[in-house]
Design a protein around this ligand. Sequence first.
Ligand code: K1U
Ligand code: ZN
Length: 167
Amino acid sequence: MALLKILHFPDSKLRIVAKPVTLVDDNIRKIVADMFETMYDAPGIGLAATQVNIHQQIIVIDISEDKNQPLCLINPQISDKDGLQITEEGCLSVPSIFDKVERAENITVQALNEKAETISFNADGLLAVCIQHEMDHLNGKLFVDYLSSLKRQRIAKKLSKQREKSL
Ligand code: K1U
Ligand code: ZN
């Protein structure tokens, strides 16, 4: 397994729209394993392939406290959503920035898992937020896009200062 480099806002590669996976093979399973390792190491509760510069529709998630409930979603789709929730979100591609975002409260998801099986389930609360956040990444969208352009500019400035300091 390998740790992958996470792209940071405002990197333009975060805006690339991911393509569907056509075959879930060992190459895809290696990407999934590396993504889990990268997510647990960060640490985070989710990671989309876009964030590690892989432009295929792959998401990994684990919202459990003990980090023992891995969930891999390949070619995810939301067929139903209802209700609204406002949650403080973070993002491994926008380090140390947190802000409130409004998302659907309940969603119905279809996807393939790493064994190429079709899965379908309902999600609510944090899991629903995380799936919507990660699916946005696959579409080249970041949670800061829901904030005002003034806030987004301030965040870009803050991150570029942080980067300068760390060089
Ligand atoms: O997509 C990402 O960048 C991962 C992101 C997922 C996410 C968090 C919160 C709301 C929506 C989506 C993160 O994991 S940020 C880090 C984080 O939230 C966290 C890290 C360690 C323990 C608990 C949470
Ligand atoms: Zn994110």
